[in-house]
Design a protein around this ligand. Structure first.
Ligand code: C2E
Ligand code: MG
Ligand code: MG
Ligand code: MG
Length: 292
């Protein structure tokens, strides 16, 4: 009775709430059919070596074009996909598509030789996750070392022992692991030491405020020092200016990703780079493509 009453009062006093529920329901329905309707595609954002700007890899980022609403941000639909469990089939499609792309790029000059794929906690906790990765690597012909999986700090904290085992299984196959958005969660340093990961990705929020906030610079510097002392690679995300890039390089950060180097783009655009400029300053071309 109390529940029924609560529901009625919601309808009586908060019509915008039922509107939100309705929208959510509709979006879930659309998301459920998005894959078979071929509304998903991947874009790839260049990852470069700071010292010379060489292209080393690319992060695969999921894009959804809704039939009526147009492009919807992953910030909006990924959480919904996680809550509804749709992230399982969607995430599998992402992994398959990115690995197939990485396999095609292998050994070709001017193409990313490593592809980073975001995986959600729910995906990783699937009992058959490792088998799925094995299957997809074999199916696509993607070498294990060409795949990096991006996981979040929260996943590592929720079940540290489980995470150590899972990441160890990936590592033994040669699959690389990065901690995404590092610094925004609550990583315990002692856990971090035990986690078989390869890369820390400094969150964009720290990079974007480097010039404005001394505390932010201190955090970024600390992450770089931490990574180096644990013998991990460190990549800064969201690098938008030459000043940020110079600061990061000076502080000992190895890799970067951000609009300063290239926006996320269709895989074919990397092909253009190779045709236009087989060797040399690829980055200038990446940037020119964004303007075109
Ligand atoms: P993320 O993994 O931290 O990805 C980086 C986000 O920052 C991307 O947003 C990228 O477009 C954006 N970005 C990159 N460089 C810059 C820059 O210089 N400036 C600014 N302002 N932004 C930059 P996007 O593509 O909207 O993705 C948002 C988030 O959605 C991702 O954050 C990731 O957590 C999630 N996501 C995207 N694709 C997938 C996927 O296939 N699976 C899962 N589970 N999550 C995904
Ligand atoms: Mg990521
Ligand atoms: Mg990130
Ligand atoms: Mg981020």
């Amino acid at each position: 009775r109390a529940k029924a009453h609560a529901r009625n009062s919601v309808q009586a006093y908060r019509p915008e709430l039922t509107q939100a529920v309705k929208q959510r329901f509709e979006l879930t329905h659309a998301l459920r059919h998005a894959n078979e309707a071929a509304q998903f595609r991947l874009e790839y954002q260049p990852q470069v070596r700071l010292s010379d700007g060489a292209l080393i890899g690319a992060e695969a980022l999921l894009r959804w074009r809704h039939p009526t609403r147009g492009p919807i941000s992953p910030m909006e639909f990924i959480p919904l996909a996680e809550e509804t469990g749709l992230i399982i089939p969607i995430g599998r499609w992402v992994l398959e598509t990115a690995c197939a792309q990485a396999a095609r790029w292998q050994g070709v000059p001017g193409k990313p030789q490593q592809v980073a794929v975001n995986v959600s906690a729910r995906q990783l906790r699937q009992a058959d996750f490792i088998q799925t990765v094995d299957f997809i690597l074999a199916e696509t012909g993607c070498p294990a070392h060409a795949l990096e999986l991006e996981v979040t700090e929260s996943l590592l904290l929720e079940d540290a022992e489980g995470a150590i085992e899972l990441l160890g299984a990936l590592k033994s196959r040669g699959v690389r692991v990065a901690i995404d958005d590092f610094g925004t969660g609550y990583s315990s340093l002692s856990y971090l030491r035990r986690m078989p990961v390869n890369t820390l990705k400094i969150d964009r929020s720290f990079v974007s405020e480097l010039g404005q906030d001394a505390n932010v610079a201190a955090i970024a510097r600390t992450v770089i020092v931490l990574a180096r002392s644990l013998h991990l690679d460190v990549l800064a995300e969201g690098v938008e200016t030459a000043e940020q890039a110079a600061w990061l390089q000076r502080e000992g950060c190895d890799w970067a990703q951000g609009w300063h180097y290239g926006r996320p783009m269709p895989a074919e655009d990397f092909a253009v780079i190779q045709q236009v400029l087989p060797v040399g300053p690829k980055l200038a071309v990446v940037k020119r493509l964004q303007l075109a």
